[in-house]
Every structure is written in C-alpha cells, then in structure tokens.
Design a protein around this ligand. Structure first.
Ligand SMILES: [Zn+2]
Length: 277
C-alpha cells in the first residue's frame, strides 16, 4: 500500500533572522514583526484544513512573542528547536553551541512541557559538533541536510572531508535526518534582500513556485511507494496574500493527489518503525 507523507514546516524566525545579521534598525525589525501577522494567518489556514504541522521556533521568538507561540502550540502543532539566536552553529564554538541548545530547549519546555524532539539549524548548516550535541540532548531528528528528497536517513558523525582525498564517511548515528531543500523553501523564491553588494532578488510569481512544489510531490508518488516531502515556509515570507493563496492551493492539490499530512516527529517515527520491521 503506498503512502506519501507531506510535512509542512514553518520557521518562525520573526525578528531573530534580522538581528543575527546585525539588521536592528526599525524597518528590518518591522519585517520580522510581520512574521506574527503571517503566523496567525497560517494557524487559521491549517485549522480550516485540519492539518498538524511542525514549527521550528528560535528561543528569541519564543520569549519575545510568547502569546503568538502559545497559539501555535495550542492549535496542535509540533514545536521544534531552531537555536536561541538565529546564528548558524557552524559559527559557534562547541561550548557556545551547547549553551544555545540548552537555553532554547528550556524556552521550548516552558511552552510545551517537554524538550524538543526535532532540531533545524538556522541557515541549515551544522558544525562538526552538532550531531553529537543533538544525540547528547536526546533529539530524535534533525532537519537541516539535503542528502535525499523523499527518504529520511541516519545522520553520520565523523566524516573526513579533504580537498585532494576521497571522502571517508563516518558511522551512522541514531539521529534521523529529515532532509530539506532550498527549492522547497519559500525564502529564496520570494524574499527580496540586500546586504552590501549581494542581492537576493526573490519576488517570484507564486504560481510558478506552486507548480514546482506540486510536481516534486507528484514525482514522489510515481517513483516511491513510501516517502516524505518537506516544505519549509517562513511566516514573514509566506504570510503575504498571494502566497497564502498559493499555500492553500498547494494543500488542496496535494490532498486531491492522496497526500497524508503529518508532523515531522510522527513522520520520523513512522520511518524508524518501517526500518525496524
Ligand atoms: Zn530560520
């Protein structure tokens, strides 16, 4: 029997993504504030469609917008770990990274009554210590890497990667990787950003992104008996009117094609149970 799972995931960065880049003047901060407007719209949309999703929320957002985060949790969504600040762990020492991990995990426990089972790195990059720290702190899964599109896998530890030598892969760990992709992330498609001479043009028509996102699901149904596809959205990006309509159309089209919507934790556990069977 075939089963095609969709994980809708929302990275509720709000102000933190701008602060982490040193953008603390009123307009970037207000761009982050719009995330709260978007979050409310998304929670209402998911309620209309009876969908449980996963929200990766930085500690900064949990403690700045406690009420908005409470509404997300009370609506039945999973709360995952997304750092305390929105700084990539690849830029931190092991001690700094662990302190961030613990601090944000306490913010999550205060909201949900338990520590996070899932982690998603800000900027989707991991340090050499991340997998080890996630295992130490009892995480079930990570969702930051890109080694597959439809199939979870075990995260490795201790790869030896050098410019002029074949890669030596480390051992698989218990940590389940729930892979992501930039093409299934709303941010690069839609968000216009400037930093010095670098520019992210974004602002693409939502209809084209909808077609790509639907086709990636459609392709999974053609080649996989069982699979998971993960979409990553940011309330401050997807919360704009034409994109909210796109998200609703996507949900309707996926459901008509047989999609099963799931939190990431449930999908990770289902994959682990299938592997064990
Ligand atoms: Zn983020």
């Amino acid at each position: 029997m075939s089963r095609h799972i969709v994980c809708l995931t929302f990275d509720f960065d709000a102000l933190s993504v701008f602060i982490a880049q040193g953008m603390t003047t009123p307009t970037p901060i207000s761009r982050g504030e719009f995330g709260v407007v978007g979050a409310e719209r998304i929670v209402a949309l998911l309620k209309r469609h009876g969908i449980a999703s996963t929200w990766f929320i930085p500690g900064h957002t949990l403690e700045t917008y406690a009420e908005a985060c409470r509404k997300v949790f009370d609506a039945g969504h999973e709360i995952g770990h997304h750092g305390w600040t929105h700084v990539s762990p690849a830029k931190l020492s092991r001690e700094q990274e662990e302190a961030e991990l613990e601090r944000a995990n306490e913010s999550i426990r205060r909201l949900t009554g338990q520590y996070a089972r899932g982690y998603r790195s800000p900027a989707w990059d991991l340090s050499a210590h991340t997998v080890d720290l996630l295992l130490k702190h009892g995480f079930l899964y990570d969702s930051s890497m890109m080694g597959h599109d439809y199939m979870p896998y075990r995260a490795r530890q201790g790869d030896v990667i050098a410019l002029a030598a074949p890669a030596i892969f480390g051992a698989e760990t218990r940590l389940i990787e729930m892979p992501v992709s930039w093409t299934l992330d709303d941010y690069p498609h839609f968000e216009f950003a400037r930093a010095g001479s670098a520019m992210l043009p974004g602002l693409r028509p939502a209809s084209g992104v909808l077609e790509n996102w639907y086709d990636d699901f459609d392709y999974m149904t053609r080649i996989m008996g069982w699979g998971v596809i993960t979409y990553t959205c940011h309330p401050l990006v997807i919360g704009r009117g034409h994109r909210m309509l796109m998200l609703e159309r996507l949900i309707e089209k996926l459901r008509a094609r047989g999609a099963v919507f799931s939190t990431m934790e449930a999908a990770a556990r289902e994959w682990a149970a299938l592997r064990a069977a």
